[in-house]
Design a protein around this ligand. Structure first.
Ligand SMILES: [Zn+2]
Length: 344
């Protein structure tokens, strides 16, 4: 028996067993692939077959995932995307935006030539360039723009370039690319993998440790209490950002309406006060938890778990403009249990 690759003979353990049974049904038969002759009767031959089988099994798993990504990509191709258009393209996401594409092309050439991203971002700011969400370019956004696979014409899904299953070649999008694939690879190679677009899009694991775990006590628990022009409450999540004063080195602000922001240390202190508050003579936290918290024994993650067991969320009332006094009544927690927290 001669085969081009042994994964054509067997991909699963059952296949191998059946193949061996058939092959050795008559003594003296061997089989060969490009690696040489395999002797089904020797220990070595069998061990080699098992190794090939393991490789084949792993390959099958990768292949089926590639296939599902491929089908998924085809499926979404006709669906209009939501969100703002990518920088460099028109609203149709296919035709290039002449000025923006020119900027990106130049930036890639400059970057490959050794220019600092900060310098490119500064240049863009100087030219009055705005992101498609309206933000001012900075080193991070410019990096994302330059290293996005679509710049080189490639499709990606969940942080991986999409490959045609049969050939292993990258799937090309239907849009006009800004640069040729080699240039895209070249610019990506100038960054550490962790800062590349492919590793920063939502749903993909970050390569760098930064940005993965929340660094502040109240992150994720605060909701915007600002009133929108139509009279409804905003309800957006408040995210930690760098603050401008010594007293508030970080602040939590609403990214959706931008009408509500609260000093980080103040918000964290309010949350802590609320947790330690006493309702009709009973403490919300058990004495043991209170003691461990106050003794400094608990890490941020543990503290956050306790908060999560106590509140579902906390509503933040917008502050009064110009009033910098700390108003402890601005945050109102929505408790999980009406009166007490289960001992954490
Ligand atoms: Zn808001």
């Amino acid at each position: 028996m001669i085969c081009v690759a042994d994964d054509r003979l067997y991909r699963r353990a059952e296949d191998l067993v059946r193949f061996y049974a058939a092959l050795t049904g008559q003594p003296g038969r061997v089989y060969a692939d490009p690696q040489g002759v395999r002797d089904p009767y020797s220990q070595d031959g069998l061990a080699q077959a098992v190794r090939s089988l393991e490789v084949a099994e792993a390959e099958t798993r990768v292949r089926s995932r590639r296939l599902s990504d491929w089908h998924w990509a085809r499926a979404v191709e006709g669906v209009p995307h939501s969100g703002p258009r990518p920088f460099g393209w028109q609203e149709d996401r296919i035709t290039l935006h002449f000025e923006e594409a020119k900027l990106v092309r130049q930036a890639i050439t400059d970057r490959v030539g050794g220019k600092a991203v900060r310098a490119i971002a500064r240049e863009w700011c100087g030219l009055g360039v705005e992101g498609t969400r309206g933000g001012r370019p900075n080193a991070q956004t410019v990096t994302q723009i330059m290293t996005a696979p679509r710049v080189g014409g490639f499709r990606a899904n969940r942080g991986e370039l999409l490959l045609v299953p049969e050939t292993g070649q990258p799937v090309l999008g239907r849009w006009e690319p800004i640069v040729v694939p080699n240039q895209w690879h070249a610019v990506c190679a100038t960054f550490s993998p962790g800062s590349l677009y492919l590793h920063r899009v939502s749903g993909t694991p970050r390569l760098t440790g930064r940005g993965t775990a929340p660094r502040h006590l109240a992150s994720g628990f605060l909701r915007c209490g600002a009133e929108l022009p139509d009279g409804t409450a905003c309800g957006g999540a408040l995210c930690a950002q760098k603050g401008r004063s010594k007293r508030s080195p970080y602040v939590y602000s609403c990214r959706s309406c931008r009408r509500c922001s609260i000093s980080g240390p103040l918000a964290d202190e309010i949350l802590e006060r609320q947790l330690f508050s006493v309702v009709s003579g009973e403490a919300r936290l058990s004495a043991a938890v209170r003691h461990r918290w106050r003794s400094g024994e608990l890490g941020l993650e543990e503290k956050r778990e306790i908060i999560a067991s106590a509140f579902t969320r906390c509503l933040v009332r917008p502050g009064v403009k110009g009033d910098h006094s700390w108003d402890y009544s601005r945050i109102e927690p929505v408790w999980r249990c009406a009166d007490r927290v289960a001992s954490a």
